[in-house]
Design a binder for this molecule. Structure first.
Ligand code: GLY
Ligand code: MN
Ligand code: MN
Length: 465
């Protein structure tokens, strides 16, 4: 991946991360492994997000070592003409310091021989816990080698810490560079949704045999035309009842007039995800019951957007959307007042869960479900126990994260109606989700994915055009 970002950005991040370590500590951070698909063919390589955050380097087979005194050392693939003829350009350790701003670099082939030396006499060792299969064992092997030298006076690190704890907090609040990329990713993804909507209506007008994968192809086209490297996650294109399957993938199902189409798709651009869901009538015109539920989900999303601002809790948007959805479910008859009681009862007993069974959002950044604690770090000790109304399980609640400017989260309420006793037939098989990506600001939030319409009337107008 080419980047015109000066390496100082990554050097500054490394300095901030190093400052969180003890002065005599050492941190080890590999990029992602290459993953075989079958025989000698790999899945497309995608760097590890933590590693990229601190290096901007996208080659496989690379490791960053950071020490508490602020020094950085890179292990990377050595220059190798034959391998470069087959696989492509390698930066190589000789050019790495000037290109990436690391203090020193060497071939990754020397990793196992060098790491025990780097670990010797260090205080604590930091690495990401539970991310890289086999990393714990590898570090343990290096430490065993250090211990074999203690009789000669070497000291072995006595503590191990999770490096994710440091990097998660840094990644949670996005800087101006990151936000600029996320805005561009949001624009590309929005264009892709517009393209899919228009294509859908046009093909149905022309009487073509439209399938979910055709719409997936339109999304991919626009992602790549916009410069995105790949989708940020497998695109969901769900026609009709398939929309009630939360993790559905674009498949072969026919897209039919009269049904809704739910598309949950976002591109990844230069290492950053976007995540948009739109639900639209396949032929361009909502039916009455579809529009009724659509407007309800849209109102619930607006309530969540209004609740998303610095100083609010991460859970406030969810609670705001649940309130609107629950009231709407009572009003339209999805929930029977005689059975479930008042709005407060519906919320207290989570009766809405039958039709709305996920949370209203998640952090988004380098990863679509990005890292970052959902509990307020200054209040982790405040634990309240409650019995879950549906499962009876004892839940430990901690105060949710307080939102700060620069945090980015999705706002994605929905309604999914599976046929069941007492559920009005007019709503059966309707699945609706509306999702945008919100940057928290001082007074509210900036939606970076709104270049695709969300208003029901505007969607219909776009699809008529
Ligand atoms: N596309 C995954 C999600 O919305 O969380
Ligand atoms: Mn999402
Ligand atoms: Mn999504």
């Amino acid at each position: 991946m080419k980047t015109d970002v000066p390496y100082t950005l990554y050097a500054e991040r490394r300095a901030r991360a190093a400052a969180k370590l003890g002065k005599n500590d050492i941190a080890i951070l590999p990029t992602a492994p290459e993953r075989p698909r079958n025989r000698d063919t790999d899945f497309q390589f995608r760097h590890d997000s933590y590693f990229y955050y601190l290096t901007g380097f996208t080659e496989p087979q690379a490791w960053l070592v950071l020490t508490g005194d602020g020094k950085s050392h890179l292990f990377c693939q050595p220059k190798d003409l034959e391998r470069e003829i087959w696989d492509g350009y390698r930066l190589g350790p000789e050019a790495a310091p000037a290109t990436l701003g690391v203090d020193s670099a060497q071939s990754v082939a020397e990793l196992d021989a060098t790491m025990p030396k780097l670990l010797e006499n260090k205080g604590a060792v930091w690495f990401p816990f539970g991310i890289h299969a086999g990393l714990e064992a590898r570090v343990a092997g290096w430490l065993t080698q250090v211990r074999s030298r203690v009789r000669y006076g070497a000291l072995c690190p006595e503590e191990q810490h999770d490096l994710c704890a440091v990097l998660d907090e840094m990644r949670l609040v996005k800087d101006a560079h990151e936000l600029a990329i996320m805005r561009r990713a949001g624009d590309i993804s929005a264009r892709a949704h517009v393209r899919a909507m228009k294509f859908c209506a046009q093909w149905l007008r022309e009487g073509k045999d439209l399938r979910e994968y055709h719409l997936d192809a339109e999304l991919s086209h626009e992602f790549r035309m916009g410069g995105s490297q790949y989708p940020a996650y497998a695109s969901i294109v769900a026609a009709g009842a398939n929309a009630c399957v939360l993790h559905y993938r674009a498949d072969v199902a026919p897209v039919k007039a009269g049904e809704l189409v739910l598309i949950d798709a976002g591109c990844e651009l230069d290492g950053y995800a976007s995540d948009i869901t739109r639900t639209f009538p396949a032929s361009g015109k909502f039916t009455g019951p579809q529009r009724q539920l659509y407007d309800l989900v849209l109102a619930s999303q607006q309530a969540a957007i209004d609740a998303c601002k610095a100083g609010a809790r991460f859970t406030d948007p969810h609670e705001a959307s649940v309130k609107v959805l629950a009231q709407g479910m009572l009003d339209v008859g999805l929930l029977d007042r005689n059975k479930v009681g008042t709005l407060d009862d519906v919320i207290e007993k989570r009766a809405y869960f039958q039709f709305y069974m996920h949370r209203t959002g998640h952090w988004i950044g380098m990863d679509v479900h990005d890292c970052g604690a959902y509990v307020e770090p200054s209040e982790v000790g405040k634990v309240a126990e409650r019995k879950d109304a549906l499962s009876g399980e004892l839940i430990k609640d901690r105060p949710a994260r307080v939102l700060q400017p620069g945090m980015v989260l999705t706002i994605e309420p929905g309604i999914y109606v599976r046929p069941a006793e007492g559920v009005p037939e007019a709503f059966h098989h309707i699945g609706i989700r509306i999702e945008d990506d919100a940057v928290v600001t001082k007074d509210g939030c900036e939606l970076v994915t709104r270049r695709v319409p969300v208003d029901g009337g505007e969607i219909e107008a776009l699809m008529r055009a």
